[in-house]
Design a protein around this ligand. Structure first.
Ligand SMILES: *[C@@H]1O[C@H](CO)[C@@H](O)[C@H](O)[C@H]1NC(C)=O
Ligand SMILES: *[C@@H]1O[C@H](CO)[C@@H](O)[C@H](O)[C@H]1NC(C)=O
Ligand SMILES: *[C@@H]1O[C@H](CO)[C@@H](O)[C@H](O)[C@H]1NC(C)=O
Ligand SMILES: *[C@@H]1O[C@H](CO)[C@@H](O)[C@H](O)[C@H]1NC(C)=O
Ligand SMILES: *[C@@H]1O[C@H](CO)[C@@H](O)[C@H](O)[C@H]1NC(C)=O
Ligand SMILES: *[C@@H]1O[C@H](CO)[C@@H](O)[C@H](O)[C@H]1NC(C)=O
Ligand SMILES: *[C@@H]1O[C@H](CO)[C@@H](O)[C@H](O)[C@H]1NC(C)=O
Ligand SMILES: *[C@@H]1O[C@H](CO)[C@@H](O)[C@H](O)[C@H]1NC(C)=O
Ligand SMILES: *[C@@H]1O[C@H](CO)[C@@H](O)[C@H](O)[C@H]1NC(C)=O
Length: 738
């Protein structure tokens, strides 16, 4: 009996390699197997064995709950925090969820955050520079001190730097302006053309110009920074055949010195644009391909004072209403005349850089091969205090907190692993993180089940988040448990959420979001969140992203806000490694898909009008959506009725949950051309958004690209259906009645 139960204990405790244990056991029973016995003996032995077995079973059965208690305290722990009904067996030695969160709160202190902030603040840590490497060494050392088995990963990536000699230049009439800021991954060259003011350079802005019969083709577009990313502005301008783009920070939105240079990148994508879809390792030999997101036209940032000097002399028609709300002194915002010619000369240099991603891990005790990844960008163009220092400090603080949970004999054992990652070259469009994903896509498949981004988490007082719909519930329950940074006696949830918390808190995840490649390229449910100001943080990409400015922008609340951000990230990660079943709600996608559909249908009322191919029927897309909803609610039902002690069953259910996001990646497009294959959150012609836009364009009178449309329908339908099939379970469970 004793032996038997200790066997169970060993296997369950997981301190030992389970596989070894099992094979050992197996081996034993093999060797002790009697080879030759008489029939009578065998009969006797069988009876005896049966008796012993029955007896053992009885005792084992009685002893079982107690054993379970002792071995895996967190197993027994309730699955839902809300209905925390601790049964009579509750023995208080072990940490339950509220103990864990309380411990997180007390261990993550503002004073230790402050120490880390000063440790990781640096005036010079551009990607691949010595400063960046030094910070990487610091992270590595800390991870080593915490016994997190750290490792590093090297990539040789291509980044664009300022011209080695002189600067990029803009000439307007007789004046020449030397610009010290620049936009990485711009096209090089000397371009002449008439200047045209295009507000923020959004698609709608160019439409308004078209409505005024102004042709942007061949012109140098002058736009304000803000509202959308630099890369999107340049892509929009290029799509209307502009010859170059100038971007300036308008004084109405950027209240800093008019001579302040601005930095950014204009690659519409993530990662090294010269190795799209595959990693920047030497052994890939860098084939001659380029990302389709690289702009073909030069783009350059100019200071507010240069913009003012140009715009003061610009003539031409008055802009559409509202476009004159800028704050440049003595400037009447005009669109520009054909005679307002300028020239732009960009001569950036492409350089190869060695970058270092640094990792550490806290291994799980039950499913160590399943991990949540927490990451932060380490490099920055200038001081990058809000951009990289806060995130990196929080990363090491969380590492310290989690390891102290384990070291302090609190009996906390994460079920799954937590990987901590410090990325380099984030300023160039999540290059380090994307190259890592590209390099280890197959290894991460069905292993990394969540990503939590710590980038730019604090720039103001208002909480916002962008995430996969699978994580909405997790965000909501976390906000309910974390107290508000301004009033400790109430939850952050009660502060931020009005009647509709999703509308108040959630924002769509944009391509410039550091979590975007995880979500849309790799199909890993991801979340990025931030305390931000309503106007956005003006100092990103300038030399003014400093400690002083960040403290001022957060009304000196930086440490408390950072601690709260740490609690949010920490609790989400804890939840994901603590529960038997992953806290990812597969039903959320039912409504997300449905929300994307009605628009398709209302736009499809004109199906009968004859402008669409006759063979096309909507019903199949609808049924696929129905299949998904059915599969999702079925899974929820089995989750509610599952036996949490059955680890095998838990693992099977978790597998099904983990597959959802990945199965929403379209298998029909090439990652070299459309790396963001997610059909809801990605970008390209395979997305439901593109299908919607296509239908809208047809409705507005443009002719249908019949083949493309039929392809879009077929692939979207099948993508959703196969995701539903996988969610439903094994092939014999598949819902055939599409
Ligand atoms: C866990 O929390 C309970 C109350 O929620 C408390 O009574 C108990 O002492 C705590 N245990 C530890 C180990 O902190
Ligand atoms: C861990 O335990 C040590 C000694 O038991 C104590 O000094 C330390 O404060 C504890 N750490 C935390 C974070 O509770
Ligand atoms: C900025 O973007 C938001 C959201 O896309 C939009 O509603 C708003 O009109 C834009 N602002 C301007 C000034 O174009
Ligand atoms: C841009 O130029 C291409 C080729 O010259 C032309 O086909 C296209 O219609 C132009 N687009 C616009 C918006 O002017
Ligand atoms: C820029 O400032 C103007 C005027 O204050 C404001 O209307 C606009 O919304 C701001 N734009 C952004 C992107 O913040
Ligand atoms: C990879 O290539 C870079 C330059 O292209 C070189 O400096 C580096 O040593 C190479 N690394 C390895 C491991 O061969
Ligand atoms: C544009 O420039 C031309 C030539 O310099 C001039 O004749 C015309 O009046 C200008 N138009 C406007 C609206 O200023
Ligand atoms: C803090 O929140 C509590 C609970 O909502 C409220 O009663 C109290 O007035 C708040 N205190 C302040 C200073 O806002
Ligand atoms: C601090 O921020 C306020 C606006 O919130 C601004 O008016 C003030 O100039 C800033 N002070 C410093 C020293 O930057």
């Amino acid at each position: 009996m004793e032996d038997n139960s200790s066997q169970v204990e060993l296997v369950l405790s997981g301190d030992m390699n389970q596989e070894d244990e099992v094979t050992h056991h197996f081996h034993q029973s093999h060797t002790s197997k009697p080879s030759q016995r008489s029939p009578r003996n065998i009969c006797f032995m069988v009876t005896a064995a049966l008796f012993i077995f029955a007896f053992g079973f009885l005792i084992g059965y009685l002893a079982h709950p107690k054993t379970e208690d002792r071995i895996s305290p967190v197993c027994r722990q309730s699955e839902s925090s809300e209905d925390e009904d601790d049964g009579p067996v509750q023995t208080d030695v072990f940490l339950d969820w509220s103990n864990l969160t309380a411990f997180l709160k007390t261990t993550l202190t503002t004073s230790s955050i402050e120490n880390s902030l000063s440790l990781f603040s640096s005036d010079s840590h551009e990607a691949g520079s010595l400063g960046d490497e030094e910070l990487g060494e610091k992270v590595l050392k800390i991870f080593r001190d915490y016994d997190m088995k750290p490792w590093t990963d090297e990539h040789f990536v291509n980044v664009q730097e300022r011209p080695t000699r002189g600067t990029n230049r803009v000439t307007f009439r007789d004046a020449t302006f030397e610009e010290s800021g620049y936009l990485a991954y711009s096209a090089n060259g000397l371009v002449k053309g008439a200047v045209l003011y295009a507000y923020y350079g959004q698609v709608g802005d160019f439409k308004k110009l078209q409505d005024l019969n102004i042709n942007p083709s061949g012109r140098i577009i002058l736009v304000r920074a803000g509202n959308i990313s630099f890369a999107e502005k340049v892509a929009n301008a290029a799509s209307v055949n502009a010859s170059a783009v100038l971007i300036y920070p308008d004084s109405a939105n950027y209240t800093f010195d008019e001579g302040m240079a601005l930095f950014g990148h204009v690659h519409l994508g993530c990662g090294d644009p010269y190795t799209p879809g595959f990693p920047s390792f030497n052994h890939t030999q860098y084939p001659p391909v380029k990302s389709s997101g690289l702009p073909a036209i030069p783009a350059q940032t100019i200071t507010a004072s240069t913009a003012a000097a140009i715009m003061r002399k610009m003539e031409g028609p008055n802009p559409p209403p509202g476009w004159g709300d800028g704050g440049l002194p003595d400037v009447s915002y005009k669109l520009g005349n054909d005679s307002d010619t300028a020239s732009v000369e960009v001569s950036n240099v492409l350089v190869g850089k060695k970058i270092l991603n640094v990792f550490g891990v806290i291994k799980g005790f039950q499913d160590p091969d399943r991990y949540v990844v927490i990451g932060a960008q380490r490099d920055a163009w200038g001081p990058g205090y809000a951009r990289s220092t806060v995130g990196t400090s929080l990363l090491v603080e969380l590492a310290r907190t989690f390891t102290s949970f384990i070291k302090n004999e609190t009996e906390f054992k994460p079920r799954r692993s937590i990987v901590f990652a410090s990325w380099s070259a984030g300023e160039y469009g999540a290059v380090g993180a994307t190259e890592w994903l590209e390099g280890y896509l197959s290894s991460l498949n069905m292993k990394a089940f969540s990503y939590i981004s710590l980038d730019a988490v604090v720039t103001g007082p208002f909480f916002k988040a962008s995430a996969s719909p699978l994580m909405y519930d997790l965000i909501q329950s976390t906000l309910k448990e974390v107290s508000s940074p301004t009033n400790g006696s109430r939850s952050l949830y009660s502060e931020v959420a009005g009647s509709n918390w999703e509308a108040a808190v959630l924002e769509p995840m944009r391509m410039s979001d550091p979590a975007y490649p995880f979500q849309a390229f790799s199909g890993i449910p991801s979340v990025s969140f931030r305390f931000t100001s309503d106007k956005g943080y003006p100092f990103f990409g300038t030399m003014l992203d400093t400690k002083e400015n960040l403290y001022n922008a957060t009304s000196m609340n930086l440490l408390v806000l950072t601690k709260t951000a740490g609690e949010i990230a920490g609790q989400m990660a804890l939840r994901l490694v603590h529960d038997h079943l992953l806290r990812l709600n597969v039903e959320a996608y039912s409504s997300t898909i449905r929300r994307n559909m009605p628009q398709i249908f209302s736009k499809s009322l004109f199906f009968q009008s004859g402008r669409l191919p006759k063979k096309l029927k909507l019903q199949w897309l609808l049924s696929a959506m129905g299949s998904y909803s059915r599969a999702a609610s079925k899974l929820t039902f089995s989750i509610e009725n599952s036996n949490l002690k059955d680890t095998e069953q838990c693992r099977i259910i978790n597998d099904r949950i983990m597959a959802v996001e990945r199965d929403l990646l379209s298998p029909y497009v090439c990652p070299l051309e459309s790396p963001f294959r997610h059909i809801l959150l990605g970008s390209g012609s395979h997305t439901l958004g593109a299908l919607r836009a296509h239908l809208a364009a047809i409705k507005d009178g443009s002719s249908a690209d019949t083949d493309l449309l039929r392809n879009q329908f077929a692939l979207a339908t099948w993508n959703i259906q196969s995701c539903a099939d996988a969610l439903a379970g094994s092939v014999w469970d598949t819902d055939n009645e599409i």
